[in-house]
Design a protein around this ligand. Structure first.
Ligand SMILES: [Zn+2]
Length: 141
């Protein structure tokens, strides 16, 4: 029963990511809907990317409805770039309560986490998505 519930949870989260991308690109409604999914970070944050849970008004408004891409992302290899985008997409689609998707460990340590933490760790979902996309295990982070 636990395994079935966990697989349904993984399916639900993956469908949310697929729907989010499809709606924003216009694949579902025929025209792109809502705000752009990605935005350039203007805060000089020292991250690859981040997904704010709440809108922050100043000095530059940071909107909860975007995934912000930071300067450090510019130099990433294509596979790492995609994995970072996947990672942020899984943060983006969580509901911040029961289905929260967080960072339980450092990037690259996802497979060393206890099972319960893996089920809610953004990088484990990113690894799963990348594995399905690439048809092989993603390169180490
Ligand atoms: Zn994260």
């Amino acid at each position: 029963m636990v395994t079935r519930a966990e697989l349904q949870f993984i399916l639900k989260i993956c469908r949310r990511v697929a729907s989010t991308i499809a709606v924003r690109l216009g694949e579902i409604h025929g025209t792109p809907m809502g705000m752009p999914l990605f935005a350039a970070d203007r805060t000089d944050a020292k991250f690859f990317a981040y997904t704010p849970r709440h809108t922050v008004p100043s000095p530059a408004p940071i909107l909860a409805g975007h995934i912000y891409l930071c300067d450090l992302l510019d130099d990433e290899a294509p596979e790492r770039y995609l994995r970072i985008l996947c990672h942020e997409l899984f943060h983006f689609v969580d509901d911040e309560k029961v289905h929260e998707i967080v960072d339980h460990g450092k990037l690259g340590g996802a497979l060393d986490l206890p099972h319960a933490q893996r089920m809610h760790n953004a990088d484990n979902f990113a690894l799963f998505a990348m594995h399905a996309h690439l048809g092989r295990a993603p390169s180490p982070f």
